[in-house]
Structure formats: structure tokens, C-alpha cells
Design a protein around this ligand. Structure first.
Ligand code: URA
Length: 291
């Protein structure tokens, strides 16, 4: 008869195989040697990135934004995390699932950015945030501290959030397209962004934000899989991964060019509107009050 430990190990290997198959092999975890592997035939995430579905979503101002294929959603992998000897459902224990994912990110070596980093920068904030802000990549200070947006751009971003009642400590979550600092703060390469995307998708699934805000060109282009400039992408509401989505300028760009402050303020008010609309929708869906 099998011991409980053996049964758990088998179950763990099945989950790892499925995660690997569903994420195009982006998991590198120990599995019992000599056990047959489960093979699922599906395109890898990077293949999906190279041939994005041009599913169009109508935006508030009558233009269209391209959204990534549904397969990217599936590429976000399992909702379960194996941590400290027990399986944790992301829905049942999102904080533990998020921490398990952060540990994976800290040990990641899926792309060459890992070679020069001081540390990876998984993300910061709360579960079930009103907004998930997605930036580009960690800079020097983030690389040093392991937290996104802690330099001058981060302090400025915090001000924008505060202006509409949001904070990384209370009701927001902040992450980046890539979790490791690109040398000389260059743009992340498409392969680096593609390698890191499953982490972002899994974070999104775990924290379940009400809305998503892309901060800057690199974030907006990678999320929407478009080469369109940020001047055209910003301020148009659409959806990403089924969530209300808005793009705005990057805080560093606004620090360089104060003329961008006005459009950013317009975008932040629009974001607040998206959040409020979500709240109103939920209130409408609730049971009628007893009066
Ligand atoms: N810029 C970003 O896009 N992300 C950070 O974390 C810091 C600066």
C-alpha cells in the first residue's frame, strides 16, 4: 500500500506536469525522476505572443484596442500552489498563493535578465485591489529593494493614486511587465516580456483586481500586443483578461514632460470612474434591500 507521502508526491508531480504543459514549460520545479510525463499538445505562450489574436474591443472613444488571445489566459497556469507541504487553492488562500508565486519569481532564471539582477521584484500591494497597476520593469532602486516603483517615478505614481483614493498599502497592487531590471534600464526585449508574462497572468488571477492600469508605453504595448504609441493608447478604456483596462503615461515620462500632467489627471479620473462603475454593478447585482 502507498504511504500518504507517496500519494502526495504523485499528486504534486501531476500538478507540476499540468502547470508545465499549460504554461509552455515555464515551470522549473523538482519532480520525481523516472515518472512518465503528461504531455498536452498546445502552442506555447511565446507562440501566442508572436501571433496575437486580433480580437478587438470597442473603446470608450470609438477606437479599438487589441487584446491578447484567450490562450494567454490559460497560459497563466494552475490556480494551485504547492507550499510548505500542502496544496493551497489560490481562491482559498490567495495570500499564500501570491507568496508562493513571489518565491518562484525570486528564483526565476527563465531569461537572461536574471544574470544581472540584484533581486527580482515580484510585486506589492493587496489582494482584491481596486486597481492593479502594471509598469514596465524594475529600475536601480527597485532592483536594490525588491519592491516595484520605489524610486522618484514610484513616489510620483503614489501621488497619482492617492489623488483618487488609492494606495499600494490599502487597495492597490503594483507589478511590472518584467520582474528583473534590464541593464541600463533599456526596454525589456520581447522574449523577456514573453517569458515573464505567465507570472503577471498568475498574479492577476490570484489577486483578482477590479481594474487594470497600464503605466506607460511598454506596459500598454505588451498587454495589448500592439505597436501603437502611448499617445493613442492612453485614456481609452477597454478590457484586458476580461478586466476593465486603461492605459496612461509612465510617471517618469510625466516627470520629464509636465505637459503630460493634465492628460494623466484625466486618465486617473477615468480610472476612478471604472472602479466606481464596477462597484455600482456589484451593488445592482446584489439582493434587493429589505425595506
Ligand atoms: N518603472 C517601472 O516601470 N517600474 C518600476 O517598478 C519602477 C520604475
Amino acid at each position: 500500500m502507498k504511504t500518504l507521502n507517496e500519494i502526495c508526491t504523485e499528486y504534486q508531480n501531476i500538478v507540476y506536469d499540468l502547470e508545465e504543459a499549460l504554461t509552455g514549460g515555464n515551470f522549473r520545479r523538482h519532480r520525481e525522476p523516472g515518472k512518465p510525463k503528461i504531455i498536452l499538445e498546445r502552442p506555447s505562450h511565446s507562440a501566442a505572443i508572436e501571433r496575437p489574436h486580433q480580437v478587438k474591443t470597442q473603446t470608450g472613444e470609438g477606437q479599438s484596442l487589441a487584446v491578447p488571445p484567450a490562450s494567454a489566459e490559460r497560459a497563466s497556469g494552475s490556480r494551485r500552489a504547492f507550499t510548505g507541504g500542502s496544496f493551497l487553492s489560490a481562491a482559498a488562500n490567495p495570500a499564500a498563493a501570491l507568496e508562493a508565486l513571489a518565491e518562484e519569481v525570486r528564483g526565476c532564471s527563465l531569461c537572461p535578465l536574471c544574470e544581472k539582477r540584484k533581486q527580482a521584484v515580484p510585486g506589492v500591494g493587496v489582494i482584491n485591489p481596486l486597481v492593479m497597476v502594471i509598469g514596465e520593469a524594475p529600475g536601480a532602486e527597485e532592483d536594490q529593494k525588491g519592491e516595484p516603483f520605489v524610486g522618484p517615478a514610484g513616489r510620483y505614481l503614489d501621488k497619482w493614486l492617492e489623488a483618487v483614493g488609492l494606495s499600494r498599502h490599502v487597495n492597490a497592487y503594483i507589478a511590472n511587465i518584467v520582474k528583473c531590471r534590464p541593464p541600463e534600464n533599456r526596454d525589456p526585449a520581447p522574449e523577456e516580456a514573453a517569458a515573464c508574462m505567465p507570472y503577471l497572468l498568475r498574479q492577476t488571477q490570484i489577486i483578482r483586481p477590479k481594474t487594470v492600469l497600464a503605466a506607460g508605453r511598454v506596459a500598454a504595448q505588451n498587454l495589448l500586443q500592439t505597436g501603437e504609441g502611448i499617445g493613442r493608447l492612453r485614456g481609452q478604456s477597454g478590457t484586458w483578461q476580461g478586466l476593465p483596462f486603461l492605459a496612461t503615461y509612465h510617471p517618469s515620462a510625466v516627470l520629464r514632460d509636465p505637459q503630460l500632467r493634465r492628460p494623466v489627471w484625466d486618465d486617473m479620473k477615468k480610472l476612478k470612474g471604472l472602479i466606481d462603475a464596477q462597484d455600482a454593478g456589484q451593488a445592482d447585482a446584489g439582493a434587493a434591500p429589505d425595506f
